[in-house]
Design a protein around this ligand. Sequence first.
Ligand SMILES: *[C@@H]1O[C@H](CO)[C@@H](O)[C@H](O)[C@H]1NC(C)=O
Length: 383
Amino acid sequence: MLKLSFVLLLGFWASLSVGRLTTSGRDFLYNGQRVFLSGANIAWYSYGYDFGNGVYQSDVKETLETWLTMIANSGGNSVRQWVHVEGQNTPAYDSNGYVTGPDRTGTIIDDMRSFLDFAQSQNILVIFVLWNGAVLENQNTINLFYDDAKLQSYIDNALKPMVAALGDHPALAAWEIMNEPEGAILLNQASDNPCFDTTPLANTDASWTGLTIPMENNLKFVNWQTHAIKETNSASLVTLGSWSEHAQSDAYEQSRNYYTDACLLAAGGRSLGTLDFYQFHTYTYTGQWDPSEPFKVTATSYKLDKPLVIGEFATVCGGPESSPTLFQYSYDNGYQGVWSWSYNGGPTGSTCCDNQTTQDSGMLQLKGQNNGIGGAVNFPIVP
Ligand SMILES: *[C@@H]1O[C@H](CO)[C@@H](O)[C@H](O)[C@H]1NC(C)=O
């Protein structure tokens, strides 16, 4: 009996800890070791056309693998990589706007697996971002926010098959439902339910796309997909990258945490559809960070109950500090990760995009660090 319990316990421990990023309170663990996610947004090579319908070959694959290698050589351990983006290439929509598959020709899952395999060979974890709310022009994708049957067709015919095939890959850190949904939401909409009331954001720079998706619809979109991911693979982690701290914390002025468990459940009603870690982005156009921005405060000041990653920043749209200073600041001040924007900016960078040399210098600053405050930066990605 004792022997049997021991064997059962071992099995339980192995299933919990092997080849997988997990959370514990406000920490990340990988194979049981406390870790800090240091890395870069790639975030695409060919916008919307990195995976699916046979596009992951020749220059796309070669370039993405070259960048993964460069990030690894700089000490980076994680990348944020976009999948459907606006829906130009994938998923497969029929002529009525229902989703019939993850892509039309059936390559996307192998493409993503190939990317994960290569990332694993470089000891890099991958966060796959499904959608983009910062630029969103595809009407079929916009319809998913308004039409339950269409959203459900995406979940059943595209998302669940992707998660079923890839959900246990050792290099898959997390799924992110969407980049910066706040670009597409209806601002200044009052509601009796504080979760759906966007008046706190009225004087921020949210809502720049011209779309007017009610916050309730946005939260349901997130809740349903998150639920489906966890229903398919219960150990999956899910996050969402907000455009700033204003949408994922109640701690400062003109801020509301719309992505709490309670708000996601209130909007979508699906019980597994809650996030595992918070993530927001930070840019400034004045040369000085605002007082509530992450590089000015500690992570705990946001009063969140889950890990928090600074999901995007660039020194060219930042304060006066260097990339190494900001990577080290993140590590020392209670954040559980930091990802620079963005590796596809190329050697010279572009608007609000650091060049690769600058990003490498930030990752190099943290290479090999492992202390009681931040956790391990470099660790093997093993099954
Ligand atoms: C990268 O950007 C920094 C400033 O942000 C600049 O000083 C440096 O020359 C750039 N490097 C390359 C290779 O363009």
